[in-house]
Ligand binder design. Structure first.
Ligand code: SF4
Ligand code: SF4
Ligand code: SF4
Length: 724
């Protein structure tokens, strides 16, 4: 990634979000009655007294062994907190007095934080408070956008809108807090006003606008379409006016829309359980969303009180909350899960089983719409600025642009000596649309003789990955991967990654080609086009040894080069296969979808969907690792696990032939040897994993061992045992 701009950078929270948050719910009353407010039982009875507040402060400050964070945010909320500004002022004075008296580490490491509707901002007592505490204050006023949008939701008790009363306080607020942000929430009926509302807020001087859609069950058919269209129009506005370095809106985020990392799966998105909220009675909650006045359907969740302390058994469930422990399989395996948010309190309130461990998914389609709009924005921006912003996901659709498309994997497209079909512009656009809707990233496989390349360049609306022969011209946009073979391997100028196609009978020259390419390329992917039973394993072992020595030599000189079949396994601790039929597919010139191009060239009638009807995942379920009885007992994690070769030689997509396994294990051995050498010389980085010693060259032995009997005797008895 090399795109460092304001748009999508997000707010960085004070102390990187590590400060402990204590929320005082000073009143449950509010001068507004916003329609989308989750505080459904607001009332004028619950008002915190100064005695309760002081007891709360004492409880927290006098237990530094429990509240151990290095810094704290004292957060004041309601209802509307400014209704109680005098009380808040007293509480803040007391906090300052008490932290100094105790020489507490929070005496300087604190912030006072407010979320207000802004109606009372100009009251003298508010001004006075701000004057006194400005340096330590963060102050958020909620203004939802244009008058029309704001007044749709943010209304007084008699139903009239509050925009006019808030807007007159905005200049003073921005003068006090020039970097202040607001918080915008969108529901179903105000979605069509999204674009103009965000622009309105930017024009008011609020440069960074956090916004979200509501999590509750309020969405109607077609809301996602409106949301996506509005965001795309906003994206066009940003790009057409070249303002991506001046404004931000959190609906645009470079990190959303990719699968969750293991770290993200084991974290909780929401902060409840790592902060506390205190009500007027002195009861403590994981956050104010678990208080009675915020819940529609459930009892409050009290986790302590300021007189008796925390109820540890009631806190335990909140500590165990992670994405994994509360999400269903669809969310855990979701291809675009990153950035798909939830509110823990809403999960609880919506749960069918009265639990906090049940994630509500009412906004699922809204997240999908947001991801599509983000993909649109970042691709357009990449085109305009020629920089990369958004990381790739894991789903790729390979476009076979013509029947003589370049081979990038273990198949032969040259049987089509006469070029028959070429993908026409209609199919190309429809396939792009399919990618958009289904979250695939397109990868273009160009014709080997360059017939269609200029047309395709013209058709593309954004730069995408492209694979083409080094014989083709090089003025192409996007991420280009060149393919070379024995005829043209020395034509390649400097590049990051190239694919070397080679045939079995040329294996003795493998190291010559690779070593030459390593002079100019950082990474070589070796690709055998015609693998079968007569593969020369001894020669392959020899060739990999020569290449490994060369890689080692480059490491010694400080240049880290990679050759897929040797380097990849050193850094893998789980399977990283070609994923055809799982995440990756190919689209043919006629719009049909195949597991990969190999299937198209070999069995054109064996397609698994098309760009209009989509993919029939039932037809490809055997491609998954969990359905492969041999591969699931293997640790040659770098192996392609080629479903095409499987089908061709064993007639089952999930079962590899012996030569495929043996070849991968020759490579595994080469990785292990190189890794040992690099470790000896202290040249390998921390990402490297230990490669175990094993005593087999084909994981079928593991399967036979588990059977307890070997029905085929010596055929499966340790052929080619590896002694390392
Ligand atoms: S709610 Fe929907 S979009 Fe979000 S992670 Fe789950 S399946 Fe994916
Ligand atoms: S199944 Fe995968 S490894 Fe095999 S030819 Fe297709 S893309 Fe290549
Ligand atoms: S070496 Fe064989 S068993 Fe292991 S992943 Fe590759 S094909 Fe599967």
């Amino acid at each position: 990634m090399n795109g460092d701009i304001l748009l999508g950078s997000g707010l960085s929270p004070w102390q990187n979000g590590r400060a402990f948050s204590v929320t005082f719910v000073v009143t449950e009353d509010c001068n507004l009655c916003c329609k989308y407010c989750y505080q459904v039982h607001k009332n004028s009875k619950s008002r915190m007294t100064i005695e309760t507040a002081k007891n709360a402060v004492d409880f927290i400050l006098e237990n530094p062994d429990i509240f151990i964070a290095e810094s704290v945010i004292w957060d004041f909320i309601g209802g509307e907190p400014l209704l109680e500004i005098k009380l808040i002022d007293e509480i803040c004075d007391y906090i300052k007095f008490k932290t100094f008296k105790l020489k507490h580490k929070w005496r300087s490491m604190y912030r006072f934080s407010f979320s207000s509707n802004g109606i009372l901002y100009k009251r003298p007592e508010v001004k006075e408070f701000i004057y006194k505490n400005k340096e330590k204050c963060s102050f958020c006023i909620t203004i939802d956008g244009t008058k029309e949008k704001h007044d749709l939701q943010r209304v007084y008790h008699d139903g009239h809108g509050s925009y006019d009363d808030v807007i007159k306080n905005i200049p003073a607020w921005l003068e006090d807090f020039p970097l202040a942000t607001t918080k915008v929430t969108f529901g179903s009926e105000d979605l069509p006003l999204l674009k103009e509302s965000i622009i309105h807020l930017w024009n008011l001087g609020i440069k960074m606008v956090p916004a979200n859609v509501v999590f509750e069950d309020i969405w109607h058919e077609g809301d996602d379409v409106i949301f996506e269209a509005q965001l795309k129009e906003l994206a066009d506005y940003i790009i057409d006016n070249r303002i991506w370095d001046y404004f931000d809106c959190s609906l645009f985020d470079k990190t959303i829309g990719i699968p969750l990392s293991d770290e993200q799966k084991n974290r909780n998105f929401c902060g409840s359980g790592k902060m506390i909220a205190i009500d007027a009675e002195g009861y403590i909650y994981p956050c104010l969303r678990f208080m009675d006045f915020s819940l529609n359907n459930k009892k409050p969740k009290i986790i302590g009180d300021i007189y008796n302390g925390l109820y540890l058994d009631k806190i335990r469930p909140f500590l165990g909350l992670t994405t994994l422990t509360q999400s269903d399989d669809e969310c855990i395996t979701c291809d675009i899960a990153s950035g798909c948010a939830w509110c823990q309190g809403n999960n609880y309130d919506s749960s069918d089983n009265n639990t906090i461990y049940e994630r509500a998914k009412f906004a699922c389609k809204m997240h999908k719409a947001r991801v599509r709009a983000n993909n649109y924005l970042w691709r357009r921006l990449e085109t305009v600025t020629d920089k990369k912003y958004k990381p790739s996901g894991r789903k790729f659709l390979y476009f076979i642009l013509s029947d003589d498309s370049i081979e990038y994997c273990q198949y032969d497209s040259t049987k089509n000596t006469v070029m028959k079909e070429v993908m026409n512009s209609g199919i190309l656009q429809d396939a792009m649309q399919f990618c958009d809707q289904s979250f695939f990233e397109p990868v273009l496989l160009h014709s080997t003789n360059q017939k269609n390349i200029d047309d395709v360049e013209y058709e593309l609306s954004f730069p995408c990955r492209q694979i083409l022969s080094v014989n083709n011209h090089t003025n192409i946009k996007g991420n280009v991967y060149y393919v070379v073979d024995k005829e043209n391997f020395n034509k390649l100028n400097r590049c990051d990654i190239c694919i070397l196609n080679i045939k079995r009978d040329d294996i003795k020259n493998l190291s010559i080609y690779v070593n030459k390419l390593l002079e100019t390329c950082k990474r070589i992917n070796i690709n055998f086009l015609d693998l079968n039973n007569s593969f020369h394993f001894e020669e392959y072992t020899k060739q990999l040894e020569i290449i490994s020595k060369n890689i080692l030599m480059y490491y010694v000189k400080g240049r880290q080069v990679e050759v897929n079949v040797i380097s990849d396994r050193m850094y893998l601790n789980s399977m990283n296969n070609c994923d055809a039929g799982i995440y990756n597919f190919a689209v043919a010139p006629n719009g049909r979808i195949y597991i990969c191009p190999a299937f198209y060239y070999d069995e054109p009638d064996n397609y698994v969907g098309d760009i209009y009807a989509g993919i029939d995942y039932n037809k490809v379920k055997q491609c998954k690792l969990g359905c492969s009885p041999i591969c699931m007992h293997c640790d040659s994690y770098h192996c392609n696990r080629c479903t095409y070769i499987n089908k061709k030689f064993t007639e089952e997509i999930n079962t590899p032939p012996g030569f495929e396994c043996r070849k991968s294990h020759v490579e595994r051995t080469a990785s292990k040897v190189l890794e040992a050498e690099l470790k000896k010389m202290n040249l390998i980085d921390d990402r490297a994993v230990h490669i175990d010693s094993i005593n087999y060259t084909d994981p079928i032995f593991n399967v036979v061992n588990m059977l307890g009997i070997n029905p085929y005797g010596r055929i499966f008895e340790g052929e080619g045992y590896e002694a390392n």
